[in-house]
Design a protein around this ligand. Structure first.
Ligand code: SF4
Length: 306
């Protein structure tokens, strides 16, 4: 716990980069460094889609040599290409290997890989597959691509309720899903499906960060959640904190701080999504403790006391 002036800051534990993202970013940086060394800085590493849901980290990597593209056709044949922690469907991976050969670095998180394998296994054994998650999320799209047969995605319990009765059904979840949602979906489905097979593919890193937010909201006056606005796991942390009636400010970096939010708050919690790098968390703490932001808060408190 850090103490400074009249305010206390407590950082949730664990928080920030998870194992899979850390592993992927290290692998990407290694790939960029090897490329630069081999081609004297004239070659880039391509990623289809953002390698991480954090705009500031993507900007840092872009300065080093990362190029983010939208489509496979935008990757020059023979180039170095990076598969992010969210993974890709087998069809996309095959197309990349065909285009770039040994230039493909696959940094799919092992937990995502596990969900992909379970989808393929269930499909292979003839179960229709239900994926509990966001159909627009690349991780879910990759999982869907691994299920060869009938596959549905439900983004809410309401959508699970709408599923008609089935003889058999296999269920897996997006790795960032809330455990309560998986449990509630199992309760809804159990009376309606004769043979129900559920794999809990929620990642431990996600549940630990969610639990850390539940704990910290019990004893802080407000919670700063740091992470990309495009990060699903950060959004879940915000949702959990708000459901516990905690005053939450969701920011991407220290620059987004609003001094007014700190009014009448003596103890502030900080939590970060699994895609938020340590350097952003440290800059935020530093800004609160030592910089202009801190002075701005004191000025604001001073005005309020008058
Ligand atoms: S949140 Fe879990 S599944 Fe997702 S990248 Fe991190 S460790 Fe892997």
């Amino acid at each position: 716990m850090r103490k400074k002036s009249a305010r206390e800051i407590e950082v949730a534990s664990p928080t920030g980069f998870c194992f899979g993202v850390k592993r992927a970013i290290e692998s990407l940086e290694k790939s960029i460094d090897e490329c630069s060394a081999r081609w004297e800085g004239h070659r880039n590493v391509y990623s289809i889609g953002m390698p991480i849901h954090n705009p500031q980290e993507v900007e840092r990597l872009t300065r080093k040599g990362l190029v983010v593209v939208d489509r496979i056709e935008d990757v020059p044949p023979g180039a170095s290409v990076f598969i992010r922690a969210h993974g890709v469907s087998p069809a996309v991976k095959d197309a990349l290997v065909k285009r770039c050969g040994s230039g493909v670095t696959d940094a799919t998180c092992p937990f995502v890989k596990n969900a992909q394998e379970k989808a393929a296994l269930l499909s292979g054994e003839g179960y229709p597959v239900l994926v509990l998650g966001d159909p627009g999320h690349p991780e879910v799209q990759a999982i869907v691509g691994c299920a060869g047969g009938e596959v549905f995605v439900a983004s809410s319990l309401g959508e699970v309720e709408k599923l008609c009765k089935k003889d058999r059904l296999g269920v897996i979840s997006q790795t960032t899903q809330k455990s309560e949602v998986l449990g509630a979906a199992a309760k809804i489905l159990a009376p309606r499906v004769r043979e129900l097979r559920i794999f809990n593919t929620i990642c431990g890193a996600t549940t630990q960060r969610q639990e850390a937010v539940r704990k910290i909201t019990d004893h802080v006056d407000g919670l700063l959640v740091v992470g990309g606005k495009n990060s699903a796991n950060t959004a879940k942390l915000v949702e959990i904190a708000r459901s516990r009636e905690c005053d939450v400010l969701w920011i991407e970096q220290a620059e987004d701080l609003d001094c007014r939010w700190f009014r009448e708050k003596k103890k502030i919690g900080i939590a970060a999504g699994a895609s938020t790098p340590d350097w952003i968390i440290n800059e935020l703490i530093n800004a609160i403790e030592t910089s202009q932001v801190s002075r701005g808060m004191e000025d604001y408190d001073g005005r309020n006391e008058k």
